[in-house]
Design a binder for this molecule. Structure first.
Ligand code: SF4
Length: 185
C-alpha cells in the first residue's frame, strides 16, 4: 500500500495528504497483511518538494524517454527510478498479491497523473501510471487505486464474504470527470 494511504505522514507536505476510507478499510481486516512503502520518502524524505513527470508517463521514465522534475525544476528522475526499484524489491520479497496505490501521484498514480508541472498556469492531466506503479506493473504486479471503488468492493467481498457489494460504485476511469476530461464516451 502507498504508505500515505495507510495514514503514514510521508507526503510531500509531511502529512498523509488526506484520509481515504476506501483504503483505510483494509487495515481493519486481520486476515490481510499490509506492507507500507513510500517511494518518494525513500529517495527524498518528508517533507519535500512536489514532483511531476515531464514528457510522458512512468513507463517512459523507466525507458529514459521522460523526466521527473521537482516543482523548482530539480531533476529527480534517477531518485524516482531507484525508489521504484526499491518498491519492486519489497513487493517481491513480501510476495504481495495486489498493490493499492495513491492515484494522481507521479510515483504511485495508476489511472491519472499530471502531464508536466501541476503548478503551471494550465495544469494538465493525462491517463497513465506513475514511476513506481509502472515498475510494479511491468514486473507483473496488479495495481489498484484508492478511487477504483467498484473493484475495491470486489476485493472487500473476497476478504470478507459477508461484505455486500455496492453495485452503484464505479472505478476512477468510469466517473463523469474522467470521461469528460479525456473525452471518452
Ligand atoms: S503517493 Fe506514493 S510517493 Fe506520494 S506520499 Fe503516497 S506513498 Fe509516498
Amino acid at each position: 500500500m502507498s504508505a500515505c494511504l495507510s495514514g503514514i505522514a510521508c507526503g510531500w507536505d509531511g502529512t498523509a495528504t488526506g484520509e481515504y476510507p476506501s483504503a483505510l478499510k483494509f487495515l481493519q481486516y486481520d486476515t490481510v497483511k499490509i506492507v507500507r512503502f513510500c517511494p518518494e520518502e525513500f529517495s527524498y524524505g518528508a517533507p519535500r518538494e512536489m514532483s511531476d513527470i515531464h514528457g510522458g508517463d512512468g513507463f517512459d521514465v523507466l525507458d529514459g524517454k521522460a523526466k521527473v522534475l521537482s516543482e523548482t525544476g530539480k531533476d529527480w528522475t534517477e531518485g524516482m527510478i531507484i525508489a521504484s526499484e526499491k518498491m519492486l524489491e519489497i513487493a517481491k520479497k513480501e510476495d504481495i498479491e495486489i498493490a493499492l496505490l495513491m492515484d494522481i501521484s507521479a510515483t504511485c498514480g495508476s489511472q491519472v497523473i499530471y502531464d508536466g508541472n501541476r503548478f503551471s498556469e494550465n495544469k494538465v492531466y493525462q491517463i497513465g501510471a506513475g514511476v513506481a506503479t509502472a515498475q510494479l506493473m511491468r514486473n507483473g504486479f496488479k495495481v489498484i487505486s484508492q478511487r477504483d471503488y467498484a473493484s475495491l468492493e470486489i476485493l472487500y467481498s473476497k476478504i470478507d464474504p459477508t461484505h455486500q457489494i455496492d453495485t452503484t460504485k464505479v472505478d476512477h476511469h468510469e466517473i463523469a470527470w474522467y470521461k469528460e476530461y479525456f473525452n471518452i464516451d
